[in-house]
Write a protein that binds this ligand. Sequence first.
Ligand SMILES: NC(=O)c1ccc[n+]([C@@H]2O[C@H](COP(=O)([O-])OP(=O)(O)OC[C@H]3O[C@@H](n4cnc5c(N)ncnc54)[C@H](OP(=O)(O)O)[C@@H]3O)[C@@H](O)[C@H]2O)c1
Length: 202
Amino acid sequence: MRVIVVGATGTIGTAVVAALGTRHNVVKVRHQEGGFHVDLASSDSVSQLFRVLGPFDALVCTAGLAIFANLDELRDADYHTGLSNKLMGQVNLVRIGRQYISDGGSFTLTSGVLSQEPMQGSTSFSMVNAGVEGFVRAAALELPRGIRVNAVSPPWVTESLIALEMDPSLGMPVAAAAHAYLASVEGDGTGHIIDPRKFTAK
Ligand SMILES: NC(=O)c1ccc[n+]([C@@H]2O[C@H](COP(=O)([O-])OP(=O)(O)OC[C@H]3O[C@@H](n4cnc5c(N)ncnc54)[C@H](OP(=O)(O)O)[C@@H]3O)[C@@H](O)[C@H]2O)c1
């Protein structure tokens, strides 16, 4: 399959590319220019990406910004970052990308367990992740031509906790989390929110 990975240079994206790369023709997309690039916050940029990429069989998104801060600190603009980037950016990958995807193709988006397991400082993330999950469940009912859509909802990954100087025991290794993305791309489910902690690799 020709699989597009948006966010391919990130912590999760790098592991997803490694997991998919031995089995599929993976096309890497990042934010910074050079090679294929996109700004999720701009629907024009998303449209331009698909015009350049052409047809594909699956798309995985492991990109999407939101702001982590306490309720008292979050300004309108901070909420809009999450809404325009992680939420509408991923929604637009499906809305615009469905014109280019093969029959029976799949979209796999990324939410995060903060949708169901909030913590102090997560209001924007929790809201946006829940929005991604709601979109996936509903869009799966309407996508034509056997096109599937799922979201992977990762917990903290160990590598990110280490980078943030947080307790790494709270997370799971990113290579293990990547199995959930493989399951979405290679399986036949749609409208599913996949928690990598519950996923057993085949
Ligand atoms: N890491 C975790 O523990 C964890 C846990 C749960 C959920 N998540 C979610 O998983 C996703 C990926 O997290 P991560 O830690 O792997 O992120 P990351 O390491 O910061 O990587 C971000 C990736 O997204 C790209 N990117 C940045 N801004 C973009 C934009 N405006 N448009 C398009 N692409 C953009 C980056 O490209 P460049 O390299 O070109 O900048 C990079 O490839 C996020 O939505 C995050 O909320 C992460």
